[in-house]
Design a protein around this ligand. Structure first.
Ligand code: ATP
Length: 538
């Protein structure tokens, strides 16, 4: 791991030249083409005056352009700032200002949003790509990335000294660039903003070595990958650290073909698996749940799937078992966070695994459970805060030294997650420190209650949260999405929980919904639901 991250692409292009690197909406690019276009992108950026350490924001859904601009920016010596295409103007302005990005690459339909905030940021250049470009985005898949009121806007992008179209960039640029010396240990490759499920996003500084080591470990640990022969399903967004490492960087490292989907849609995923036969499918629990509940599930052949890793939230055991039965492949749970590039733990795909556990620490990674106040290690089986140390742990938060100090102790990262280790060294996450509910003086872990609810046959999806309560401080509320055609009453659910949980843990309020708000990787936004409750009180 002593090379810069973009070395993965140079290596892959040298080794796998004409092998397919990516598939998108019926078009394919080879590794040689991918490298050539990334070089052109780097050349163009350098022509715009981008120098080592400048920030380049990428605001794109998964697409050839998102991969090309990511590697191309790194080649030019820039720091990539991944920007969620769903960001509102307020969020976008915050991120552009916080990172100080000089260039942004965005979809043409996002231009109005970028233009509105541009004057209040340090942005100098906008590179625009999208629907009309050489690899067209299908409208129905792109629209979720823009707000409804913008659907009918036709964006005519006039090129100017600060607005550049992707096609003319590719026409004008040369496939050569000024190689920049990179210190993989010190130099930042990426500012990855935390998901924001628990507060204002912070820019996590990840170095070349952080990202390279995590991809290498992922390859060594989880997958028995046949280099140059795998197809990886890219439905996790690359603007999030999980998809970026577990799909994009892993694919390029191993010379795999990645199949890109710009958003999650269960029907679209089923069709894609049937047609393109991916072997590896990194995902998140809500993604696997969505697929298992699709009415046409049985019409598709999913037998190409060999290995899946689920991260970002706890994987219900029933989902794991059912998904393995349906596909015949393996699905294991892993764990990570933005601050650690992201993976720190996982179960083995081919080997021992413990259901309900996040597995063992990753290669080169140390992990322990500590008392948050004293940082002392707790006894085996005792619940405390999970701390991790390893080559994937961030350099710190961008421009926020106090925040960095509050989570880093002697090279150890405090994850903010509560968990325990069993006698065999397997780790279990109990819940997030911040999500723990304190109701009438009792500590309640939402996850424990959710797991009970998931056992109920009518429930498709659920999230449990502590909502404000005048008497108990907080009270336990369950949000429930029922499976299609199922019905259950509040009383029945209450009885079901009472039989399985101590009385103080049983939800006092149930709310039935058609769907739950989620982040880009499908994590349920518990915080948003709690905020809604708080607003109701005000
Ligand atoms: P923010 O950090 O702003 O709150 P976020 O939660 O989306 O946003 P991420 O870094 O994407 O930030 O998520 C990391 C968190 O996801 C972990 O700290 C943990 O709480 C949770 N997580 C990840 N994998 C698992 C898992 N297998 N089981 C339980 N929780 C998990």
């Amino acid at each position: 791991d002593n090379k810069p991250l973009h070395y993965f692409l140079e290596e892959a292009a040298a080794r796998y030249k004409e092998k397919k690197a990516l598939y998108f909406q019926g078009k394919e690019l080879t590794y040689a083409e991918l490298l050539m276009q990334a070089k052109k992108f780097a050349n163009y950026l350098q022509g715009l005056g981008v120098v080592k350490g400048d920030r380049v924001a990428i605001m794109l859904p998964n697409s050839p352009q998102s991969v090309i601009s990511y590697y191309g920016s790194l080649m030019a010596g820039a720091i990539v700032v991944q920007t969620n295409p769903l960001y509102t103007e307020r969020e976008l302005e915050y991120q552009l200002n916080d990172s100080g990005a000089k260039v942004i690459v965005c979809l043409d339909i996002l231009v109005p949003r970028v233009t509105n905030v541009k004057k209040d940021t340090s942005l100098e250049h906008m590179i625009v790509t999208g629907i009309k470009d050489y690899l067209p985005f299908p409208k129905n898949l792109i629209y979720p990335f823009i707000q409804k009121k913008q659907y009918n806007i036709v964006v005519k992008v006039e090129e100017s000294s600060d607005t550049h179209s992707w096609t003319s960039l590719m026409d004008k640029a040369k496939a050569e660039y000024q190689a920049i010396e990179v210190d993989p240990v010190e130099d930042i490759a990426l500012l990855q903003y935390t998901g924001g499920t628990t507060g204002f996003p912070k820019g996590v500084m990840l170095t070349h070595r952080n990202l390279v080591s995590n991809a290498l470990a992922c390859n060594a640990w989880i997958y028995k990958m046949k280099h140059g022969e795998e197809t990886i399903l890219g439905v996790l967004p690359f603007f999030h650290v999980y998809g970026m490492t577990a799909v994009m960087n892993i694919s390029v490292l191993t010379g795999s073909r990645m199949v890109l989907l710009p958003k999650f849609d269960a029907g679209e995923v089923l069709k894609t698996i049937h047609k393109l036969k991916p072997t590896i499918f990194p995902g998140a629990p809500t993604i696997y749940i969505g697929i298992l509940n699709h009415p046409d599930l049985n019409k598709y052949d999913l037998s190409s799937i060999e290995a899946c890793i689920s991260g970002s939230a706890p994987l219900p055991v029933e989902v794991q078992e059912k998904f393995e039965k349906v596909t015949g492949g393996k699905l294991v749970e892993g764990y990570g966070l933005t601050e650690s590039s992201p993976v720190t733990h996982a179960n083995l795909i081919y080997g021992n695994r413990v259901s309900g556990s996040i597995g063992l620490p990753w290669p080169d990674t140390d992990a322990k459970i500590v008392r948050a106040e004293t940082f002392e290690e707790v006894e085996i089986g005792e619940v405390g805060e999970l701390a991790v140390k390893g080559p994937q742990v961030m350099k710190g938060y961008w421009n926020k030294p106090e925040d960095t100090e509050s989570v880093m102790k002697d090279g150890w990262l405090l994850t903010g997650d509560l968990g325990y280790m069993d006698k065999d060294g397997y780790f279990f996450i109990v819940d997030r420190k911040k999500d723990m509910i304190i109701a009438g003086g009792y500590n309640i872990y939402p996850r424990e209650v959710e797991e009970v609810l998931y056992e109920h046959e009518a429930i498709q999806e659920t999230v449990v949260a502590g909502v404000p309560d005048p008497y108990r401080g907080e009270t336990v509320k369950a949000y429930v999405v029922l499976k299609e055609g199922s019905a259950v009453t509040e009383e029945e659910l209450n009885k079901f929980c009472r039989e399985r949980l101590a009385a103080y843990k049983v939800p006092r309020i149930y709310e039935f919904r058609k769907e739950l708000p989620k982040t880009a990787v499908g994590k349920i936004l518990r915080r948003q639901l709690i905020d809604e409750e708080k607003k109701k009180i005000k």
